[in-house]
Design a protein around this ligand. Structure first.
Ligand code: NAG
Ligand code: NAG
Length: 178
């Protein structure tokens, strides 16, 4: 009897889970920064693997030392780019002056927490984004939504993981506290 109730409960929970995930793409009231969904009414993301990759200058980072990021693949028009810890949606670090045709997007309370397109002019693999790492030392990866055209975009384009290194200038402090 108790087991039967448990199974029924599990089914209800699974169904609710399913309903939540299927309605999210149709405009859950989350900011673009959190869910990385473009505000393209009636357009859904491409399902397959993206033709884009994120190229990063370094496999590790130091606090305050710039890391450069490029989007490789077909020329693109739309972009949302941020750094996150694995499994999180909060933007980490901040971005330097955005390249031409792009601008800052406020993210996780940081005015320079993400980069997005400023217009639909073409961007290509020579468009360089410069990220300034935060003081945390956690592993991060870059995450992007890339739109080749308004009706053609991919979510969840991810870079390799970057590990956080101790900044050289904080070594003496660390030594003192250890
Ligand atoms: C990037 O990597 C090079 C060597 O691979 C290293 O000398 C440099 O300090 C790194 N830069 C950052 C920002 O971590
Ligand atoms: C950048 O794009 C050009 C033009 O499409 C291409 O020839 C070149 O191989 C690309 N570079 C990289 C690193 O993908």
């Amino acid at each position: 009897m108790a087991r039967w109730t448990g199974t029924a409960l599990l089914c209800v929970t699974l169904l609710q889970g399913l309903r939540m995930t299927t309605t999210l793409p149709n405009g859950a009231p989350l900011s673009a920064c959190e869910d990385m969904m473009p505000q393209h009414t009636g357009v859904t993301p491409q399902p397959g693997p993206a033709p884009y990759t994120i190229q990063v200058s370094n496999s590790s980072y130091e606090t305050g030392v710039p890391v450069t990021v490029r989007i490789l693949g077909p020329v693109y028009r739309g972009l949302l780019l941020k750094a996150v810890a694995p499994g999180s949606t909060s933007a980490l670090g901040s971005w330097q002056d955005p390249p031409e045709n792009t601008k800052f997007l406020q993210c996780s309370g940081n005015l320079q927490g993400a980069i997005t397109h400023a217009n639909t002019n073409l961007k290509n693999n020579e468009t360089v984004y410069v990220w300034i790492p935060p003081s945390s030392k956690s592993s991060i990866q870059f995450m992007a939504t890339v739109a080749e055209l308004r009706q053609l975009y991919w979510l969840n384009v991810k870079s390799e993981m970057l590990t956080g290194e101790k900044a050289a200038f904080s070594n003496s402090n660390d030594a003192l506290s250890e």
